[in-house]
Ligand binder design. Structure first.
Ligand SMILES: [Zn+2]
Length: 310
């Protein structure tokens, strides 16, 4: 399928080096590069003197030491977590112990839907099941610090508890793994849900902030337009699934081969889960049919009598 997203893979940060990426915002990248994490998880420091940290990152002693080094002589008053994947939140206990900061997030890790009988959460190893915020934030809630104001934006989809944070003073959004400049986000059931993800994209598309600072890679520029291209990309993938099913019933490996050309083999499992995420959404909307609940091993066909579009 055609890729209509204008990715930007420019990224100049080196692990352990602090740099100012927006007015009043410093960034520091962890040394955990990989196919899902790009050059590594980016932690952000907001403000000067009395600061907040967005996403302390993985439980990596080198990264934790660099982060604490970067705020030496300052006070960390608040910690915000975008979501509970192991590359974002496990450094929280050590940073909190060192600073006494208050920890904010949407809530603990949870799947987007109940597990099916016999289904194991394939990506469970990537979840931080121990995380608990001090304060659970609701959508639109505002937290103010010394010279900064942060608005919580629930953005479920990548995970059920994903939260983005708008920084009022710099007119930007910390977008976590919801919207990133270098790649699309992974939406993998049961952690993720495509219907939630699309609704969360629509929600950001209606906002005015033009710069996003994501959990991986460099800034997203012209963000509202970029979010629209993300939406079109997912719609294109859905179209590809429907085009393939119009030729006859298919299982998920068949759909992955039909849709993803030149896929990094390390991402085959994630691609299968992404297709499952689309199929769950299409079955819920009555466009696609399968035996029982949609599952990774199921066979899918176009519904004979699709429901009228909502
Ligand atoms: Zn993630």
């Amino acid at each position: 399928m055609s890729d209509d997203i204008r990715y930007n893979k420019t990224f100049d940060l080196q692990p352990g080096r602090v740099s100012e990426v927006a007015p009043g915002v410093r960034a520091i990248v962890a040394n955990n590069p990989g196919p899902f994490t790009f050059k590594g998880t980016v932690s952000y420091i907001v403000g000067r003197g009395k600061v907040a940290i967005i996403d302390p990152g993985p439980d990596d002693d080198g990264h934790i030491a660099s982060l604490l080094d970067a705020v030496r002589g300052e006070t960390v008053t608040d910690i915000f977590v975008t979501h509970t994947h192991r590359d974002h939140s496990p450094a929280v206990p050590k940073i909190k112990a060192a600073t006494g900061a208050t920890v904010y997030a949407e809530g603990p890790h949870r799947p987007a839907r109940p597990l099916h009988i016999g289904e194991t959460a394939r990506l469970d190893a990537s979840n931080d099941m121990d995380f608990l915020p001090d304060v659970a934030l609701a959508d639109g809630e505002v937290v103010s610090g010394a010279g900064w104001t942060i608005e919580a934006l629930t953005t479920p989809g990548h995970t059920a508890n994903h939260m983005a944070y708008a920084l009022k003073e710099a007119d930007l959004i910390f977008s976590g793994d919801h919207v990133m400049a270098w790649s699309t986000s992974i939406v993998a059931p049961p952690d993720g849900a495509m219907s939630d993800y699309m609704a969360s994209l629509e929600k950001l598309a209606g906002r005015s902030e033009t710069v996003y600072l994501p959990g991986h890679g460099g800034p997203v520029r012209e963000a509202p337009r970029f979010v629209q291209s993300y939406i079109r990309h997912r719609q294109g993938r859905e179209d590809s699934i429907l085009r393939r099913l119009a030729k006859g019933a298919a299982d998920i490996p068949t759909l992955v081969r039909a849709i993803y050309i030149g896929l990094d083999p390390r991402l085959t499992g994630a691609a299968a889960l992404s297709v499952l995420a689309h199929l769950e959404d299409l079955v819920a909307r009555g466009v696609v049919a399968t035996e029982g609940t949609p599952s990774i091993g199921g066979t899918y066909r176009l519904a004979e009598f699709p429901l009228p579009a909502a």
